[in-house]
Design a protein around this ligand. Structure first.
Ligand code: XMP
Length: 434
């Protein structure tokens, strides 16, 4: 990779990612690195043209004020110092919160002072990665758990481009996917992109394990553990796999690897695989932010509804079919969710609302249908907006649209005779119900 790079030094600011993204938006590559970067680590980074030293509220760790390492201070590269008064006696600027001014300051520094070349774009990224993947993998084989989510789909597309049939994708359908999802994975990857795809319909296996299990945590545990078991069984059937590809993205690395963050989240992708399955990892998206992952997927020709899809939890519909899952109620959930998604798309809300779905609780109420008494489940609509999923606000839905959706769901979905809307923000409710 030959592109110029600006290094954002992590001094505990919560804005590091924002700064790195703003720099990348200028077409200049940027990475975040710890404040105690050694001379060797710095020498290993290609084409560093400057540093952004961004101080912040977490710059005191274990009672000590953290400062940049000698290697950074003596590198002789331009530094933009924002709210940090450490080794370098530079001008201390406060990074303005308004976007336009912040971008202007960064642009003046990156393009003016550092004279960094603007060669960070998806085409170059994809070409670089294809080259790096080929170099890493050689003529060996790679395995990928392809869920159909954005990250694993983009990894699959990139690896297919780089190594074609040396990649085997395993798609485990746990029976808790949304309507049309397993079919789309088979169509896009198995047919259009010609991938080596192992499709496992494990619906019965999962639903049998989940029968009569009411506790949400227990349900999640069963789904997670069973997923690993099925994937492991498939992996053992394959010969001579040396690598496991993962859809790790940059926020996973920044959030788990920082030395200054107060809350360190641990991220697992295919966590918990047994020790005797020994793989080297291939993680080609590990330097991309989410929006860049989507851009990469689009550049590789993946369909918009795959690349721009809303977040979907690993346990899938399992956490929305409340209490003990039954097949008929799961089907009602899947159908109502499909109607909601279709109507949101028609109303132009699909790219606008962050996450929206239906929930079907394990209760029934009395109604009238065809002049006769009905005794059926309600369906709950949840539509929320958020930046980081830690807090969320509720989308104010149009009343006429809700009436229309209610009409469709109660008429078209077997077993639903009422529609409710959840208007609870997070906190106090979580986004999911279980
Ligand atoms: P909560 O319900 O905690 O959800 O407010 C926050 C966001 O995380 C998603 N979510 C999950 N994602 N595995 C995932 O990959 C999970 O087990 C899981 N549980 C919740 C949820 O859909 C929301 O976007």
């Amino acid at each position: 990779m030959q592109q110029d790079m600006i290094v954002v030094i992590d001094l505990g600011s919560e804005e590091n990612s924002l700064v790195a993204r703003d720099i990348r938006a200028l077409g200049v590559y940027s990475e975040i690195h710890p404040h105690d970067l050694t001379a060797d680590q710095l020498a290993a980074l290609p084409n560093v043209r400057g540093f952004v030293l961004n101080g912040g509220p977490n710059h005191i760790v274990d009672g000590e004020k953290i400062d940049i390492s000698e290697a950074i201070a003596t590198a002789g590269l331009p530094c933009l110092t924002i709210e940090h008064t450490g080794k370098l006696p530079c001008d201390v600027e406060k990074l303005p919160t308004d976007e336009a001014t912040r971008r202007q300051i960064l642009s003046d520094f990156v393009l003016g002072t550092c004279k960094a070349a603007q060669n960070w774009n998806m085409e170059n990224f994809i070409n670089d990665q294809v080259e790096l993947i080929r170099r890493q993998v050689g003529d060996r084989k790679v395995l990928l758990a392809l869920s159909g989510g954005v990250d694993s789909s983009v990894v699959a597309a990139l690896l297919i481009k780089a190594i074609g049939k040396q990649l085997t994708c395993v798609h485990v359908n746990h029976g808790l996917l949304r309507k049309g999802e397993p079919e789309q994975v088979v169509n896009v990857f198995g047919k259009e992109l010609g991938a080596n795809l192992v499709y496992v319909d494990a619906t019965d296996r999962f639903l049998d394990k989940l029968a009569d299990v009411e506790d949400p945590e227990q349900k999640r545990k069963i789904i997670g553990a069973e997923f690993i078991r099925v994937f492991e069984e498939e992996a053992r059937k394959l010969d001579g796999i040396d690598f496991l590809a993962q859809g790790t993205i940059y926020p996973d690395i920044v959030e788990s690897g920082t030395k200054t963050a107060k809350v360190v989240k641990s991220h697992h992708n295919v966590g918990g695989l047994p020790d005797d399955l020994k793989f080297e990892l291939v993680e080609p998206l590990k330097m991309l932010f989410k929006d860049e992952v989507r851009a990469c997927g689009s550049a590789l020709g993946l369909p918009d509804n795959m690349v721009y899809r809303q977040p979907f939890p690993g346990p899938g519909l399992g956490v929305r079919c409340l209490g003990a899952i039954t097949r008929d109620r799961l089907e009602a959930l899947r159908e109502s969710d499909a109607i909601l998604r279709e109507e949101f798309a028609k109303a132009g809300l699909a790219g606008k609302v962050w996450q929206y779905f239906t929930v079907v609780p394990d209760i029934r109420s009395v109604g009238v249908r065809n002049n006769a008494r009905s005794f059926e489940w309600p369906c709950i609509i949840r539509a929320v907006n958020t930046v980081d999923a830690m807090t969320a606000s509720v989308e104010r839905l149009d009343w006429a649209l809700m009436e229309h959706i209610t009409n469709r769901i109660t008429n078209e979905v077997k077993g639903i005779n009422r529609v409710l809307v959840d208007i609870t923000p997070k906190p106090v409710g979580t986004i999911e119900w279980e």
